[in-house]
Design a protein around this ligand. Structure first.
Ligand code: TYM
Length: 330
Protein backbone atom coordinates (compact mmCIF):
# COMPACT_ATOMS: atom_id res chain seq x y z
CA UNK A 1 0.00 0.00 0.00
CA UNK A 2 1.23 3.47 -0.84
CA UNK A 3 0.99 6.44 1.48
CA UNK A 4 -1.98 7.65 -0.53
CA UNK A 5 -4.82 9.09 1.50
CA UNK A 6 -7.62 6.67 2.34
CA UNK A 7 -11.27 7.53 1.71
CA UNK A 8 -14.23 5.71 3.25
CA UNK A 9 -17.94 6.23 2.76
CA UNK A 10 -21.17 4.27 2.63
CA UNK A 11 -24.85 4.23 1.78
CA UNK A 12 -27.67 2.31 3.47
CA UNK A 13 -29.58 -0.10 1.22
CA UNK A 14 -32.95 1.34 2.17
CA UNK A 15 -35.67 3.04 0.18
CA UNK A 16 -34.88 4.58 -3.18
CA UNK A 17 -31.50 6.17 -3.72
CA UNK A 18 -32.06 9.70 -4.92
CA UNK A 19 -30.41 12.64 -6.53
CA UNK A 20 -29.52 14.00 -3.05
CA UNK A 21 -27.50 10.87 -2.27
CA UNK A 22 -25.79 11.26 -5.61
CA UNK A 23 -25.01 14.98 -5.31
CA UNK A 24 -24.22 14.89 -1.59
CA UNK A 25 -22.01 11.82 -1.65
CA UNK A 26 -21.50 9.60 -4.72
CA UNK A 27 -20.63 12.44 -7.15
CA UNK A 28 -17.74 13.43 -4.90
CA UNK A 29 -16.55 9.85 -4.65
CA UNK A 30 -16.03 9.77 -8.41
CA UNK A 31 -13.49 12.58 -8.20
CA UNK A 32 -11.79 11.11 -5.15
CA UNK A 33 -11.29 7.65 -6.65
CA UNK A 34 -9.01 9.17 -9.29
CA UNK A 35 -6.54 10.34 -6.66
CA UNK A 36 -6.95 8.31 -3.52
CA UNK A 37 -7.43 4.83 -2.19
CA UNK A 38 -11.18 4.57 -1.80
CA UNK A 39 -13.32 2.12 0.14
CA UNK A 40 -17.07 2.27 -0.52
CA UNK A 41 -19.40 0.23 1.60
CA UNK A 42 -23.03 -0.84 1.42
CA UNK A 43 -23.99 -0.56 5.07
CA UNK A 44 -26.58 -3.30 5.44
CA UNK A 45 -26.22 -3.61 9.24
CA UNK A 46 -27.05 0.08 9.57
CA UNK A 47 -30.19 -0.46 7.52
CA UNK A 48 -31.36 -3.15 9.95
CA UNK A 49 -31.90 -0.52 12.64
CA UNK A 50 -35.20 0.09 10.84
CA UNK A 51 -37.31 -2.98 10.04
CA UNK A 52 -36.47 -4.38 6.58
CA UNK A 53 -38.42 -6.89 4.56
CA UNK A 54 -36.16 -9.99 4.35
CA UNK A 55 -37.71 -10.90 1.01
CA UNK A 56 -36.42 -7.77 -0.67
CA UNK A 57 -33.42 -6.81 1.46
CA UNK A 58 -30.91 -8.73 -0.63
CA UNK A 59 -32.29 -7.05 -3.77
CA UNK A 60 -31.84 -3.65 -2.13
CA UNK A 61 -28.23 -4.46 -1.23
CA UNK A 62 -27.45 -5.51 -4.81
CA UNK A 63 -29.28 -2.43 -6.08
CA UNK A 64 -26.90 -0.14 -4.22
CA UNK A 65 -23.94 -2.09 -5.63
CA UNK A 66 -25.38 -1.59 -9.13
CA UNK A 67 -25.90 2.11 -8.42
CA UNK A 68 -22.27 2.51 -7.32
CA UNK A 69 -21.07 0.76 -10.48
CA UNK A 70 -23.48 2.51 -12.84
CA UNK A 71 -22.53 5.89 -11.37
CA UNK A 72 -18.91 5.19 -12.25
CA UNK A 73 -17.29 3.72 -9.15
CA UNK A 74 -14.62 1.55 -10.69
CA UNK A 75 -13.82 -1.72 -8.88
CA UNK A 76 -10.35 -1.64 -10.43
CA UNK A 77 -9.66 1.57 -8.53
CA UNK A 78 -11.90 1.38 -5.48
CA UNK A 79 -12.97 -1.30 -3.04
CA UNK A 80 -16.74 -1.92 -3.09
CA UNK A 81 -18.12 -4.25 -0.45
CA UNK A 82 -21.02 -5.12 1.84
CA UNK A 83 -20.60 -4.29 5.53
CA UNK A 84 -21.89 -7.64 6.85
CA UNK A 85 -19.25 -9.46 4.77
CA UNK A 86 -16.54 -8.03 7.00
CA UNK A 87 -17.13 -9.21 10.55
CA UNK A 88 -14.58 -6.83 12.01
CA UNK A 89 -17.20 -4.06 11.75
CA UNK A 90 -19.32 -5.56 14.51
CA UNK A 91 -16.27 -6.62 16.50
CA UNK A 92 -14.90 -3.09 16.62
CA UNK A 93 -18.37 -1.71 17.34
CA UNK A 94 -18.49 -3.73 20.54
CA UNK A 95 -15.13 -2.45 21.67
CA UNK A 96 -16.04 1.16 20.84
CA UNK A 97 -19.33 0.68 22.70
CA UNK A 98 -17.33 0.24 25.87
CA UNK A 99 -15.82 3.70 25.30
CA UNK A 100 -19.00 5.52 24.29
CA UNK A 101 -20.99 7.47 26.85
CA UNK A 102 -24.77 7.28 26.76
CA UNK A 103 -25.25 11.09 26.68
CA UNK A 104 -23.03 11.21 23.58
CA UNK A 105 -25.54 9.03 21.73
CA UNK A 106 -28.56 10.65 23.36
CA UNK A 107 -27.83 13.94 21.69
CA UNK A 108 -27.61 12.60 18.12
CA UNK A 109 -30.26 14.40 16.04
CA UNK A 110 -30.68 11.47 13.69
CA UNK A 111 -31.52 9.22 16.63
CA UNK A 112 -34.05 11.73 17.92
CA UNK A 113 -35.65 12.10 14.48
CA UNK A 114 -35.79 8.38 13.80
CA UNK A 115 -37.11 7.62 17.30
CA UNK A 116 -40.05 9.86 16.52
CA UNK A 117 -40.57 8.49 13.04
CA UNK A 118 -40.29 4.82 14.04
CA UNK A 119 -41.73 5.18 17.54
CA UNK A 120 -42.82 1.54 17.69
CA UNK A 121 -39.28 0.30 17.10
CA UNK A 122 -36.82 2.45 19.02
CA UNK A 123 -34.28 -0.36 19.28
CA UNK A 124 -30.81 -0.46 20.80
CA UNK A 125 -29.30 -0.74 17.31
CA UNK A 126 -30.84 2.59 16.32
CA UNK A 127 -29.29 4.16 19.41
CA UNK A 128 -25.93 2.52 18.72
CA UNK A 129 -25.96 3.35 15.00
CA UNK A 130 -23.27 6.08 15.27
CA UNK A 131 -20.85 3.70 16.99
CA UNK A 132 -21.17 1.20 14.14
CA UNK A 133 -20.49 4.08 11.78
CA UNK A 134 -17.40 5.05 13.77
CA UNK A 135 -16.20 1.44 13.52
CA UNK A 136 -16.74 1.49 9.74
CA UNK A 137 -14.55 4.54 9.37
CA UNK A 138 -11.83 3.73 11.91
CA UNK A 139 -11.25 0.15 10.76
CA UNK A 140 -9.80 1.44 7.50
CA UNK A 141 -7.50 4.11 8.99
CA UNK A 142 -9.54 6.58 7.00
CA UNK A 143 -8.29 10.09 6.28
CA UNK A 144 -11.39 11.53 4.61
CA UNK A 145 -15.11 10.72 4.82
CA UNK A 146 -17.09 12.31 1.95
CA UNK A 147 -20.73 12.63 3.01
CA UNK A 148 -23.76 14.93 2.99
CA UNK A 149 -24.14 17.39 5.85
CA UNK A 150 -26.59 15.21 7.82
CA UNK A 151 -23.61 13.05 8.83
CA UNK A 152 -21.57 15.80 10.50
CA UNK A 153 -22.51 14.83 14.05
CA UNK A 154 -21.66 11.17 13.43
CA UNK A 155 -18.22 12.09 12.12
CA UNK A 156 -17.59 14.29 15.15
CA UNK A 157 -18.38 11.33 17.41
CA UNK A 158 -16.05 9.13 15.35
CA UNK A 159 -13.21 11.56 15.99
CA UNK A 160 -13.98 11.67 19.71
CA UNK A 161 -13.96 7.86 19.96
CA UNK A 162 -10.74 7.52 17.96
CA UNK A 163 -8.97 10.05 20.18
CA UNK A 164 -10.36 8.44 23.34
CA UNK A 165 -9.18 4.99 22.31
CA UNK A 166 -5.74 6.29 21.35
CA UNK A 167 -5.43 8.12 24.66
CA UNK A 168 -6.44 5.17 26.82
CA UNK A 169 -4.70 2.35 24.97
CA UNK A 170 -2.06 4.03 22.81
CA UNK A 171 -2.15 5.15 19.18
CA UNK A 172 -4.01 2.89 16.77
CA UNK A 173 -6.54 4.98 14.87
CA UNK A 174 -6.04 7.73 12.39
CA UNK A 175 -8.29 10.73 13.13
CA UNK A 176 -10.55 11.15 10.09
CA UNK A 177 -11.99 14.34 8.66
CA UNK A 178 -15.41 14.73 7.06
CA UNK A 179 -15.56 16.12 3.54
CA UNK A 180 -18.81 17.99 3.15
CA UNK A 181 -18.99 20.05 -0.01
CA UNK A 182 -20.51 23.51 0.11
CA UNK A 183 -22.80 22.72 -2.80
CA UNK A 184 -25.09 19.70 -2.85
CA UNK A 185 -24.47 18.58 0.73
CA UNK A 186 -28.13 19.11 1.57
CA UNK A 187 -30.56 18.68 -1.31
CA UNK A 188 -34.04 19.51 -0.10
CA UNK A 189 -37.29 17.60 -0.66
CA UNK A 190 -39.32 18.50 -3.73
CA UNK A 191 -42.52 18.61 -1.70
CA UNK A 192 -41.05 20.62 1.18
CA UNK A 193 -37.92 22.76 0.74
CA UNK A 194 -37.47 23.03 4.51
CA UNK A 195 -36.79 19.30 4.83
CA UNK A 196 -33.98 17.29 3.25
CA UNK A 197 -34.74 14.91 0.41
CA UNK A 198 -35.12 11.50 2.03
CA UNK A 199 -35.06 8.03 0.51
CA UNK A 200 -37.28 6.66 3.26
CA UNK A 201 -40.02 9.24 2.69
CA UNK A 202 -43.44 7.69 2.29
CA UNK A 203 -44.28 10.29 -0.35
CA UNK A 204 -42.48 9.55 -3.66
CA UNK A 205 -43.00 13.22 -4.62
CA UNK A 206 -40.40 14.02 -1.93
CA UNK A 207 -37.46 12.69 -3.95
CA UNK A 208 -36.09 12.12 -7.43
CA UNK A 209 -34.96 8.51 -7.44
CA UNK A 210 -31.95 7.66 -9.58
CA UNK A 211 -34.09 4.96 -11.18
CA UNK A 212 -37.16 7.14 -11.91
CA UNK A 213 -38.29 7.04 -15.53
CA UNK A 214 -38.22 10.24 -17.67
CA UNK A 215 -42.02 10.51 -17.40
CA UNK A 216 -41.93 10.32 -13.62
CA UNK A 217 -39.09 12.85 -13.43
CA UNK A 218 -41.02 15.32 -15.59
CA UNK A 219 -44.10 14.82 -13.46
CA UNK A 220 -42.26 15.20 -10.16
CA UNK A 221 -40.46 18.36 -11.26
CA UNK A 222 -43.67 19.82 -12.59
CA UNK A 223 -45.38 19.32 -9.26
CA UNK A 224 -42.38 20.39 -7.14
CA UNK A 225 -43.18 23.13 -4.65
CA UNK A 226 -42.04 26.63 -5.64
CA UNK A 227 -41.84 29.95 -3.80
CA UNK A 228 -43.93 33.06 -4.14
CA UNK A 229 -42.86 35.50 -6.86
CA UNK A 230 -41.58 34.26 -10.18
CA UNK A 231 -37.90 35.03 -10.26
CA UNK A 232 -35.42 32.18 -10.82
CA UNK A 233 -32.75 33.15 -8.34
CA UNK A 234 -30.47 31.64 -5.69
CA UNK A 235 -31.84 33.38 -2.64
CA UNK A 236 -32.36 32.43 1.02
CA UNK A 237 -35.88 33.81 0.73
CA UNK A 238 -36.54 31.34 -2.10
CA UNK A 239 -35.60 27.94 -0.67
CA UNK A 240 -37.62 25.87 -3.16
CA UNK A 241 -36.33 27.57 -6.31
CA UNK A 242 -32.79 27.73 -4.90
CA UNK A 243 -32.89 23.97 -4.37
CA UNK A 244 -34.03 23.34 -7.95
CA UNK A 245 -31.43 25.77 -9.24
CA UNK A 246 -28.72 23.94 -7.31
CA UNK A 247 -29.78 20.60 -8.82
CA UNK A 248 -29.72 22.20 -12.29
CA UNK A 249 -26.26 23.68 -11.66
CA UNK A 250 -24.69 20.51 -10.25
CA UNK A 251 -26.05 18.20 -12.93
CA UNK A 252 -25.44 20.49 -15.92
CA UNK A 253 -22.19 22.04 -14.62
CA UNK A 254 -23.50 25.40 -15.85
CA UNK A 255 -22.68 28.30 -13.50
CA UNK A 256 -25.63 29.44 -11.37
CA UNK A 257 -25.49 32.96 -12.78
CA UNK A 258 -25.75 31.66 -16.32
CA UNK A 259 -28.84 29.64 -15.46
CA UNK A 260 -30.38 32.63 -13.69
CA UNK A 261 -29.71 34.72 -16.78
CA UNK A 262 -31.13 32.09 -19.11
CA UNK A 263 -34.44 32.09 -17.25
CA UNK A 264 -34.42 35.79 -16.33
CA UNK A 265 -37.64 36.77 -18.00
CA UNK A 266 -39.22 33.35 -17.99
CA UNK A 267 -41.54 31.77 -15.46
CA UNK A 268 -41.28 28.74 -13.23
CA UNK A 269 -42.96 26.47 -15.80
CA UNK A 270 -40.27 27.03 -18.40
CA UNK A 271 -37.47 26.69 -15.84
CA UNK A 272 -38.97 23.48 -14.54
CA UNK A 273 -39.29 21.91 -17.96
CA UNK A 274 -35.66 22.87 -18.70
CA UNK A 275 -34.58 21.34 -15.39
CA UNK A 276 -36.53 18.12 -16.03
CA UNK A 277 -34.67 17.67 -19.34
CA UNK A 278 -31.30 18.27 -17.65
CA UNK A 279 -32.13 15.53 -15.13
CA UNK A 280 -33.45 13.11 -17.75
CA UNK A 281 -30.33 13.63 -19.89
CA UNK A 282 -28.05 13.20 -16.92
CA UNK A 283 -29.74 9.98 -15.77
CA UNK A 284 -29.95 8.37 -19.20
CA UNK A 285 -26.44 6.85 -19.40
CA UNK A 286 -26.59 5.99 -15.71
CA UNK A 287 -29.87 4.13 -16.12
CA UNK A 288 -28.64 2.29 -19.20
CA UNK A 289 -25.64 0.98 -17.25
CA UNK A 290 -27.88 0.14 -14.31
CA UNK A 291 -30.17 -1.94 -16.57
CA UNK A 292 -27.17 -3.64 -18.13
CA UNK A 293 -25.81 -4.63 -14.70
CA UNK A 294 -29.23 -6.03 -13.83
CA UNK A 295 -28.68 -8.62 -16.53
CA UNK A 296 -25.30 -9.48 -15.12
CA UNK A 297 -25.82 -10.02 -11.43
CA UNK A 298 -23.01 -12.59 -11.22
CA UNK A 299 -20.58 -9.86 -12.17
CA UNK A 300 -21.96 -7.60 -9.44
CA UNK A 301 -21.74 -10.38 -6.84
CA UNK A 302 -18.19 -11.07 -7.92
CA UNK A 303 -17.22 -7.42 -7.46
CA UNK A 304 -18.67 -7.58 -3.95
CA UNK A 305 -16.88 -10.76 -2.98
CA UNK A 306 -13.53 -9.48 -4.25
CA UNK A 307 -14.19 -6.20 -2.47
CA UNK A 308 -14.99 -8.02 0.76
CA UNK A 309 -11.72 -9.91 0.60
CA UNK A 310 -9.69 -6.73 0.19
CA UNK A 311 -11.68 -4.92 2.88
CA UNK A 312 -11.23 -7.83 5.31
CA UNK A 313 -7.47 -7.71 4.92
CA UNK A 314 -7.39 -3.98 5.72
CA UNK A 315 -9.84 -4.32 8.61
CA UNK A 316 -7.93 -7.23 10.12
CA UNK A 317 -4.71 -5.21 10.12
CA UNK A 318 -6.39 -2.64 12.36
CA UNK A 319 -8.17 -5.22 14.52
CA UNK A 320 -4.89 -7.01 15.28
CA UNK A 321 -3.54 -3.78 16.72
CA UNK A 322 -6.77 -3.09 18.61
CA UNK A 323 -6.89 -6.54 20.20
CA UNK A 324 -3.26 -6.33 21.24
CA UNK A 325 -3.62 -2.86 22.75
CA UNK A 326 -6.61 -3.77 24.87
CA UNK A 327 -5.00 -6.97 26.10
CA UNK A 328 -7.03 -9.65 24.35
CA UNK A 329 -5.25 -12.97 23.82
CA UNK A 330 -5.50 -13.20 20.00
P1 TYM B 1 -27.53 7.45 3.93
O1 TYM B 1 -27.68 6.10 3.34
O2 TYM B 1 -28.69 8.05 4.64
O3 TYM B 1 -27.12 8.47 2.79
C1 TYM B 1 -26.03 8.23 1.93
C2 TYM B 1 -25.27 9.51 1.66
O4 TYM B 1 -26.13 10.49 1.06
C3 TYM B 1 -26.09 11.70 1.80
N1 TYM B 1 -27.41 12.33 1.74
C4 TYM B 1 -27.65 13.52 1.21
N2 TYM B 1 -26.86 14.43 0.63
C5 TYM B 1 -27.42 15.57 0.17
N3 TYM B 1 -28.75 15.83 0.25
C6 TYM B 1 -29.60 14.94 0.82
N4 TYM B 1 -30.89 15.20 0.88
C7 TYM B 1 -29.05 13.73 1.33
N5 TYM B 1 -29.60 12.64 1.93
C8 TYM B 1 -28.58 11.80 2.18
C9 TYM B 1 -25.71 11.27 3.22
O5 TYM B 1 -25.15 12.34 3.94
C10 TYM B 1 -24.72 10.17 2.94
O6 TYM B 1 -23.44 10.70 2.67
N6 TYM B 1 -24.93 6.92 8.16
C11 TYM B 1 -24.81 6.98 6.72
C12 TYM B 1 -24.21 5.73 6.12
C13 TYM B 1 -22.91 5.31 6.71
C14 TYM B 1 -21.67 5.93 6.48
C15 TYM B 1 -20.73 5.16 7.22
C16 TYM B 1 -21.27 7.02 5.72
C17 TYM B 1 -22.71 4.26 7.55
N7 TYM B 1 -21.38 4.17 7.86
C18 TYM B 1 -19.38 5.51 7.23
C19 TYM B 1 -19.92 7.35 5.75
C20 TYM B 1 -18.98 6.61 6.49
C21 TYM B 1 -26.20 7.17 6.13
O7 TYM B 1 -27.18 6.92 6.76
O8 TYM B 1 -26.22 7.52 4.83
Amino acid sequence: MTNQKRIFSGVQPTGNLHIGNYLGAIKNWLELQEKYQCVFCIVDYHALTVRQNPKIFQKKILEVAKIYLAAGIDPEKSIIFVQSDVLQHTELTWILNTLTKIPELNRMTQFKEKSERFEKNVNVGLFDYPVLMAADILLYQTDIVPVGDDQTQHIELTKILAKRFNKIYGPVFKIPEGLIKKEGARIMALDNPMKKMSKSSTNPANYLALTDSPEIIRKKIKSAVTDSGKEIKLDLQKPAVSNLLMIYHLLSQQPIQEIEKKYQSKGYAEFKSGLAEIIVEFLKPFQEKFQELGKNEDYVKNVLSEGAEKAQALAEETMKKVRKKIGLIN
